[in-house]
Design a protein around this ligand. Sequence first.
Ligand code: 3Y8
Ligand code: NAP
Length: 268
Amino acid sequence: MPTIVSQGRSGVSGIPLPPVPNVLVLGGTTEASALAEALAARGLSATLSYAGRVERPRAQPVPVRIGGFGGVTGLQRHLRENRVTHLVDATHPFAATMSAHALAAARNGGVPHLRLTRPAWRAQAGDRWRHVADIEAAVAALAGPPRRVMLALGRMHVGAFAAQPQHHYLLRFVDRADLAPVLPHHDLVVDRGPFTAAADLDLLREHAIDIVVCKNAGGSGAQAKLVAARELGLPVLMIDRPADPGGKAVHRVDEVMDWLDHGAHRGV
Ligand code: 3Y8
Ligand code: NAP
């Protein structure tokens, strides 16, 4: 009976087995939460990461960490010190800095990286979209006589619209604002998505909105206002996404699970 001298992680053939997954998910989206559910259901070791932008981020079925990593080097250190085997960037398409850092840190640290993102929304029959490149272009596009504008951009970019103070703005924040927004005429709704078309239809009607401004977030969680705008025949200022951050990307949770099972360590 041969004496077993090593219990290393290798198969009978001596080819090293892939490490037991320990997944870091960069979250903050509906898709990230769905992935967390799938990872928990599979019993895989995983952590979901939030930046700490809101007071009470959604509870998750896996351990959560909150706060920045400290740039690319900070994330690289986190990957190493926590023995992360797979990095899944499931952040919002406008979280461009986080996505760039994730790709760089994964490549520098030799950690398999995958983006879980949603396809951009595309205008359908009945949509009255005007595409603008960024927040600044959306502000410029609002030049003109007073209107009733739904600014469905959250809290971080409201200040830019002070350049167009003539409008009445409907704002929607996740948390109550600690300071009154800088816009002289506004209503503030505190609500977190995912939103429904029926509720957003009521909201647009109740506030007599005549134009909607939003980011091309994609996905289902923020789409309700577009369905409502289409039904009411309202124009939409659609802010296009930042440049694609690169790296392999998929659109579905089952593609991520397949990558974890088969693809990650073949460099695919
Ligand atoms: C902290 C974590 C889940 C994820 C839910 C999705 C859907 C609902 C729709 C509108 C648009 C907006 C905003 C929005 C949506 C989902 C998703 C999504 C848009 C939470 C969350 C965090 C954030 C951060 C927050 C931003 C803000 C943006 C509101 C959790 C609820 C406008 C984006 O107050 C602030 O500083 C808020 C900041 C970044 C953009 C901004 O500029 O203000 N999201 N949103 C994440 C972190 O700390 O890492 O609590 O669940 C997540 C969600 N928000 O699991 O169910 O998948 O996109 N989020 C946009 O699309 O334009 C609202 O009102 O119609
Ligand atoms: P960002 O501008 O791309 O990132 C700025 C910095 O925030 C990053 O460099 C990182 O700090 C930290 N950060 C961002 N996402 C993080 C995460 N998931 N975990 C840990 N740190 C994170 O990001 P953002 O646009 O502000 O988005 C922040 C969060 O809100 C993300 O979770 C995103 O998915 C979510 N979100 C954003 C939007 C949006 O419209 N931007 C919409 C919905 C949800 P360090 O450099 O210190 O590591």
